[in-house]
Design a protein. Structure first.
Length: 582
């Protein structure tokens, strides 16, 4: 009791909480039980660092932030991962034969005695926050390291007579403990990816390693994993196949499947794709959150004038609206947001997709199945018999699909689709290359929207900067145009995984098909000429749209140049404060 009072005095003396906040925490503690420190944090009365710094002072121990220290990988070899995970500590240093470990519960008088007994060596403890300890354990040992160690300890007798690569790859690996551990490891990898905001998980086998990477905000990040995981690659792949209802015996052909998963109150569709390689099957898992997909047009990142223009396209009774860009540029999200706005009882909407990424209530959705001859063109022909008002084609890939989409728009339907081109003007030449007659494109096309996703500057570590002359010149910005801009960058922090970026927004290039653009289309004019004419009528290019976001302090020069670094024609377009000489 005396120690509790002393801790309360320490917290007040260090300015962690005031008398009133402490009384509130104690009152809540009396109802729910537990520890005072945990209760203060759960109520949001103080930050973890201030609480644990004060706790360290109370216990006369040093407070550290392991992520800001140079923690050698050699020190992790002194401690098995399963011990570090079980006792929730992280080895950070070795000094004169003494192992220094970071703990988050210095009030537990038996913890250090247990650790010393298990490790059979001299141990000195310092204090760190639980989040820092978990982050350090993952950095030192990798995701699921304790699970892998447990598998290895369970398979010692098997490994002496049978190599891991020859273990059965079905759901039953010959040992219930091993099977459960593989399940646990796969779950940990998926859960870690969801928590970190990843859109894809890549599990890639090579000669000497099994590499796991996450794609976060469009950029690949390697995930630390224990080296010994390479031997369990067949079992890991088999587990994923079972979850996705795929053939575990087939290893020579690509396979695609789907997993339904839930985390907390959120539901996810995990699209699984496997490809055969000389070193085993490589796995890609696309993570699709059902809740985050249904964005409105207002949330996509349109500037006000672009949004007004886009809404005029949606009010057209017939014609084609194309969204272009590379894989992962958010085209499907834009189309779904458009359909969501048009989804009313007086509209019949049918889509054909490959695959159906999200189920939309009130909309009839079909998925192509090439293996039985059901492709986009055949689906389009069938859709017309169901009297739709609005149609969406997942992607125009060939002449037959393009021709059917155009003929559908000629018969009074509003058609949405995607096309793989670098910019909006390139869609015209791409369709002509497919074999579509220019007069058909001219008479049916409403607009082409090219889009890219740029990473947003992390708000927690953003700081103002002065743009360099080199950055301005690379983007083609005159120095006087940068006056008054809110230029920023992210320093890098825990919230953004030290990248300086968190989240993404879209930049757009919208080409409405005016009479002048239609004339150029009929004349088979090159894309550069169509683009030049579009700019004369007020079209913003991708880089110009990106410049506005840089000027507003939402992204950086490097991000815009990363996604829109191509040359975009000559001339200067006046767009208010965003005029850009190129």
């Amino acid at each position: 009791m005396a120690s509790e009072k002393a801790l309360e005095k320490q917290l007040i003396a260090d300015g962690v909480v005031g008398e009133e906040a402490l009384s509130r925490a104690k009152s809540e503690l009396a109802k729910r039980g537990g520890e005072l420190v945990d209760c203060i944090l759960q109520l949001g009365l103080a930050t973890p660092e201030t609480v644990y710094r004060s706790l360290a002072a109370f216990c006369e121990m040093k407070f550290v932030v392991p992520s800001k220290m140079q923690v050698s990988g050699e020190v992790s070899a002194k401690v098995p991962a399963r011990f570090a995970t079980h006792y929730n500590f992280a080895p950070i240093q070795e000094r004169n034969g003494v192992l220094v470990i970071a703990i988050s519960d210095p009030l537990n008088t038996h913890l250090l005695d247990d650790i010393r007994l298990v490790l059979k060596r001299r141990v000195e403890a310092v204090v760190a926050t639980p989040e820092e300890i978990q982050r350090t354990i993952k950095a030192l040992y990798g995701v699921g390291a304790d699970t892998v160690e447990r598998i290895l300890s369970d398979t010692d007798s098997v490994a002496s007579t049978l190599s891991l690569d020859s273990l059965p790859t079905g759901s039953n690996l010959g040992d219930d403990g091993i099977d459960a551990s593989i399940i646990k490891f796969v779950n940990e990898v998926i859960l870690e990816a969801i928590q970190s905001g990843s859109t894809d998980i890549h599990i890639e086998p090579f000669d000497d390693q099994l590499r796991v990477r996450y794609r976060i905000d469009g950029i690949m990040h390697q995930v630390p994993t224990p080296p010994s995981i390479r031997g369990f690659q067949p079992a890991i792949v088999s587990r994923i196949k079972i979850m996705a209802n795929l053939n575990i015996a087939e290893k020579r052909l690509p396979q695609d499947g789907k997993i339904l998963a839930s985390f907390g109150e959120s539901e996810y569709d995990l699209r699984v794709s496997l490809l055969p390689t000389p070193y085993g099957e490589t796995v890609n898992i696309r993570i699709l959150s059902r809740s985050s997909m249904f964005l409105t047009l207002d949330q996509l990142g349109f500037m006000p004038d672009d949004l007004n223009l886009f809404n005029t396209f949606l009010r057209r009774p017939h014609g084609i609206v194309l969204v272009t860009g590379p894989t992962g540029s958010g085209k499907t999200t834009t189309l779904y947001a458009s359909l969501n706005k048009l989804n009313r009882l007086d509209h019949k909407i049918i889509t054909i997709e490959d695959p159906i990424e999200y189920q939309m209530k009130g909309i009839t959705q079909m998925q192509v199945m090439p293996q039985i001859g059901f492709d986009f063109a055949k689906g389009l022909r069938s859709m017309l018999r169901h009297d739709p008002d609005i149609m969406m084609v997942g992607e125009i890939r060939d002449f037959e699909t393009a021709e059917m989409a155009i003929r559908s728009s000629l018969t009074g339907h509003l058609v949405f689709s995607t096309l793989h081109t670098n910019d909006s003007a390139g869609a015209v030449t791409r369709l002509i290359d497919m074999g579509v007659e220019p007069f058909l494109i001219s008479s049916t096309m409403i607009a082409v929207i090219a889009q890219r996703l740029v990473r947003c500057i992390c708000e927690k570590c953003a700081e103002p900067i002065e743009p360099s002359p080199e950055a301005l010149a690379e983007l083609g910005i005159a120095r006087d145009r940068a006056a008054g801009g809110h230029f920023r960058r992210g320093r890098g922090c825990d919230a953004c995984r030290n990248t300086g970026y968190k989240g993404r927004l879209a930049i757009y290039e919208i080409l409405p098909f005016s009479a002048a653009i239609k004339d150029l289309t009929v004349q088979r004019a090159p894309a550069t000429e169509i683009k030049r004419k579009g700019r004369e009528f007020g079209m913003r290019t991708l880089r110009e749209s990106g410049w506005i976001r840089i000027y507003e302090g939402k992204t950086t020069f490097e991000e815009v140049m990363r996604v829109a670094a191509d040359f975009e024609g000559a001339g200067t377009l006046e767009t208010g404060d965003a005029a850009i000489p190129v």
